[in-house]
Write a protein that binds this ligand. Structure first.
Ligand code: ZN
Length: 248
């Protein structure tokens, strides 16, 4: 079974418990007995940013799968050399972990995650990839942000105006509806909204060449953070670390 490791916890002296994301069956938890010692069954360490071929088994009375063997198929070595790439990769994985239920197949999401790892491995400028990954993982989880219509009056948003996130409806509202809104979220500048509209329709290959001004990237990051927290009903822990290291 092909898949990746999204999270890993050491268990005792030689075992590990892994949250795996598999191409065919989606998210599941598995114990790797002897993963830190047996080089025969685990010729490579279990780590994120690698694709493995897993041999899994399950006892009928147990909830947990057992990883019998794990052979590495591909590794994304360039991600592991760059703290910014590691931080963004962890954000991608956290979104999948928080948005997907165990036991439901997510083949499109698996394919997207592997493509995102490939571009992350090869790219130097990762801002566009950051926001693209948030928008499109959310889309496949069923929470595609709407960048074209005001969530209150349902009129088309005018890009030249200052539209803002509405913490009540979870979408964007126009300046006229903002007057009656009890709370206001991040205000999107025309440039920030234009970037988001572009990213929601763009292909992954065009995103890595996208340049985003210093003024806009923090606005976009704040808006998407509010959107994710609203729809997943909890914040992502990896975002603050990514914001800290992004310009190192
Ligand atoms: Zn409106």
């Amino acid at each position: 079974m092909e898949g990746v490791v999204l999270r890993l916890i050491d268990y005792g002296e030689s075992d590990q418990i892994a949250r795996l994301f598999l191409r065919e069956t989606g998210l599941l938890s598995a114990i790797a007995k002897g993963a830190k010692k047996s080089r025969h069954r685990f010729p490579h360490h279990l780590e994120p940013f690698r694709i493995y071929s897993f041999n899994l088994s399950k006892k009928p009375s147990h909830d947990l799968y057992w990883i019998q063997t794990a052979d590495q198929v591909t590794s994304f070595e360039e991600i592991m050399k760059d703290i910014r790439k590691i931080a963004l990769g962890h954000l991608m994985m956290e979104l999948v972990l928080k948005g997907v239920r165990e036991g439901s197949p997510q083949r499109d999401l698996y394919t997207l995650l592997i493509s995102l790892f490939k571009y992350l491995d090869a790219s130097q400028d990762i801002l566009g990839l950051w926001f693209y990954s948030e928008i499109h993982i959310l889309r496949l989880l069923g929470f595609l942000p709407n960048f074209s219509i005001c969530q209150q009056c349902k009129h088309p948003l005018v890009k030249e105006e200052l539209n803002c996130f509405d913490p009540v409806s979870g979408g964007l509202i126009c300046p006229r509806c903002q007057k009656s809104a009890p709370k206001k979220g991040t205000v999107l500048t025309p440039e920030a909204l234009g970037v988001l509209q572009f990213l929601s329709k763009a292909s992954l290959s065009s995103v890595v060449r996208l340049r985003i001004s210093d003024k806009s990237w923090e606005t976009i990051a704040d808006y998407l953070t509010e959107f994710i927290t609203y729809h997943l009903e909890r914040p992502l822990q990896s975002i603050s670390f990514l914001k800290e290291v992004i310009h190192l």
